[in-house]
Design a protein around this ligand. Structure first.
Ligand SMILES: CC(C)(COP(=O)(O)OP(=O)(O)OC[C@H]1O[C@@H](n2cnc3c(N)ncnc32)[C@H](O)[C@@H]1OP(=O)(O)O)[C@@H](O)C(=O)NCCC(=O)NCCS
Length: 229
C-alpha cells in the first residue's frame, strides 16, 4: 500500500484520512501543516510531522487537503519551487463513490464518499469533490476547483480553475462557471457565471467580487494553513 502525507491539517484532511482508511488505497503516515502549534501533536490520530516544506525532502506521495482551492494552488506552487513535481501527488476516490466510463482525475484530486460521476467527466489537478456531489456527462472541472457537499451539475457544464461551489448548488446543463468564481450554497444557476465574482440565490445573481482572491488570502496561505476548513 503506498504511503501518503496529507498537507494542511484541517477538516478536509480529517475527512480525507477517514475516506482513505475506509477505501484502503493508501497508508496515511503523517500530516504537514505550517502552524507550529500543531507540530508533534495528533490530528484524528495522525501525527503532524512539521511544516509543509518538509514534503520536498521526503519520498511519500502527497495530497493537499486545504478546503480552499486558491490555497491549494499556492501550496502546490510553493512546493513546485522546491522541486516537487506532479508525479508526487496521489489521487483519492472514496470506495463509495461511483465513477462511470471515461471519467478521469488529475493528480491531487480528492473525491469523498457518495459522489457520482456518471460518464465522460474530466477533473483537473487538485480538484476536491465533497460528499454526494453529482457530476453528469461531459462535465469539465478546472484545476483546484472545489465543489461542496451536494452540488449537482447538469450535462456539459464547465467549472473554471479554483472556482468554489457551495453546498447543494445546482447548475443548469451546458453552462460555464468562470475561473475563481464563488457560487453560494443552495444557488440555482441559470446563466453563465463570470470569473472572480460571487453569485448566490434562486435564480443565482451577482453578490460581489470573489473575496478569496484577496492578497490577505494569499498571505495566509503562505504563512500557514491551520484551520482551513
Ligand atoms: C455566498 C457566500 C460565499 C457569501 O458569503 P459572504 O460574502 O460572507 O456574504 P454574507 O453572509 O455577508 O451575505 C451577503 C448577502 O448575501 C446573502 N447570501 C449569502 N449567502 C447566500 C446564499 N447562499 N444564498 C442566498 N443569499 C445569500 C445574505 O443574506 C446577504 O444578503 P443581504 O445583503 O440582503 O443581507 C456564502 O454565504 C456561501 O454560500 N458560502 C458557501 C458555504 C458552503 O457551502 N460551505 C461548505 C463548507 S464545507
Amino acid at each position: 500500500m503506498a504511503r501518503i502525507l496529507l498537507l494542511a491539517a484541517g477538516g478536509l484532511a480529517r475527512e480525507t484520512a477517514s475516506s482513505i482508511a475506509d477505501t484502503g488505497d493508501h497508508e496515511v503516515v503523517g500530516l504537514l501543516d505550517d502552524s507550529p502549534a500543531l507540530h508533534g501533536g495528533l490530528v484524528a490520530g495522525v501525527r503532524v510531522l512539521g511544516g509543509i516544506d518538509l514534503a520536498a525532502g521526503r519520498s511519500e506521495l502527497l495530497l493537499v487537503c486545504a478546503g480552499n482551492g486558491q490555497i491549494r494552488r499556492v501550496i502546490v506552487h510553493r512546493l513546485r519551487m522546491l522541486g516537487v513535481g506532479p508525479e508526487r501527488y496521489a489521487g483519492h476516490v472514496s470506495r463509495s463513490a461511483s465513477r462511470g466510463a471515461r471519467c478521469s482525475l488529475g493528480p491531487g484530486s480528492i473525491v469523498l464518499p457518495g459522489c457520482v460521476l456518471t460518464c465522460d467527466v474530466t477533473l483537473g489537478a487538485h480538484v476536491v469533490l465533497m460528499p454526494r456531489v453529482v457530476l453528469t456527462h461531459d462535465n469539465h472541472l478546472g484545476d483546484f476547483a472545489t465543489l461542496a457537499a451536494g452540488v449537482v451539475l447538469g450535462g456539459g457544464t464547465r467549472i473554471g480553475a479554483a472556482a468554489y461551489l457551495g453546498m447543494n448548488a445546482s447548475v443548469r446543463q451546458d453552462l460555464e462557471v468562470g475561473d475563481g468564481a464563488i457560487l453560494g450554497m443552495g444557488a440555482v444557476l441559470l446563466q453563465d457565471q463570470p470569473a472572480n465574482c460571487t453569485w448566490a440565490g434562486n435564480p443565482a445573481h451577482w453578490l460581489g467580487p470573489a473575496p478569496h482572491n484577496s492578497s490577505d488570502m494569499q498571505r495566509h496561505a503562505l504563512a500557514g494553513t491551520a484551520g482551513e476548513r
